[in-house]
Design a binder for this molecule. Structure first.
Ligand SMILES: Nc1nc2c(c(=O)[nH]1)N[C@H]1C(S)=C(S)[C@@H](COP(=O)(O)O)O[C@H]1N2
Ligand SMILES: [Mo]
Length: 163
């Protein structure tokens, strides 16, 4: 029986962490790009940005993660001057593990237009996000409502209006 536990405990732990790492991926899709999956390692290796923003608790927190602009660029979405005519007819749909969704227009994301940084955070005040919010949460500074601070983000879809 002891042998059983010695074998089963590490196995179950590995399975639990394995399952967790699946949920730590973010899928980015869109008509003009091949579906792209970012895992935890890739996310950590991307340029880290910091945003100070007032959360739903009415307190200012320090969020760390990757800007949504950089995530989209990494997935092959064109931003900036060359893409601005396409940007103004595009938006992203961010979906959470509970299927909660919010949209953001590309000009809100693209630094060419935007005067604030929208972040996909994995840390709050230098600590990993709490499991009910993370592993990834949308941080949308200076919004009066927090409905677009999507928790437990699993995918981002880019939609461009048909002309
Ligand atoms: N995944 C997910 N994210 C979500 C929601 C949700 O239902 N599911 N509710 C939103 C709304 S309406 C608000 S006001 C805030 C609430 O954030 P809080 O739980 O940190 O107060 O989360 C937002 N993000
Ligand atoms: Mo809300």
């Amino acid at each position: 029986m002891r042998k059983f536990y010695i074998v089963m405990c590490p196995l179950l732990l590995c399975m639990a962490f394995g399952l967790q790492s699946v949920a730590q991926n973010i899928t980015i899709s869109g008509d003009s790009i091949a579906t792209f999956t970012i895992n935890k390692t890739m996310f950590r290796e991307m340029k880290q940005a910091v945003v100070m923003a007032k959360a739903h608790d009415d307190k200012v927190h320090r969020y760390t993660g990757v800007t949504v602009a950089n995530l989209l660029a990494k997935a092959g979405i064109l931003l900036g001057d060359t893409a601005k005519h396409k940007s103004i007819i595009s938006y992203i749909v961010v979906t959470a593990a509970d299927n909660y969704k919010a949209i953001y227009s590309l000009p809100e994301i693209d630094p060419l237009f935007a005067n604030r940084t929208i972040l996909l955070a994995d840390k709050e005040d230098k600590k990993l996000l709490a499991s009910e919010n993370g592993p990834y949460q949308m941080i949308v500074p200076a919004e009066k409502e927090h409905a677009r601070w999507v928790r437990q983000v699993v995918s981002i879809e880019v939609v461009t209006l048909k002309q």
